[in-house]
Design a protein. Sequence first.
Length: 168
Amino acid sequence: MKKILALALCLVLCLGLTACGNGKLVSSDKDTSDASFAVNESSDEANLSDSSQTSEPAGNVGLSDMSTDDFIATIQDQIDELSSGLESSGMGLDVVARGNSLVYSYQYKIDLGDSSLFKDTLESSLNSMSDVFTSVLSSLRLAVPDAESVIVEYLDKNGNIIVSKEFK
């Protein structure tokens, strides 16, 4: 019972942190080569005020010429911040490009036992967060027109997929 409660709390924290990310493209003047990607993150659990961070695209890559890997590089600071917050709750985060998709891979660092016990809860949570990940996909498509989807997957300690959902 304690493991299920701990898992539920980790899930709430994870989804809360993910839900607070809101990607927006910001352009100075109308020159997209000077555009930057701003991501606002706040933590409801900590009752902190919103903060904005801006990263410049790497090299001379124009905003519409980005690959998914370039997009990830522009938001790497935010990914690292989110990942370090999740580590304290026994979970890791890896954001990677898989083909033309952006993949959020959450992996539990603790042994959860029988993962089928909470699979339905994870699926329900992902379904309730569909607006958030659809919004992430919209931001991704502004920078990477070829982007197909955002995939969110939860892995157990051994790297086996517990649940995975693709947002198109």
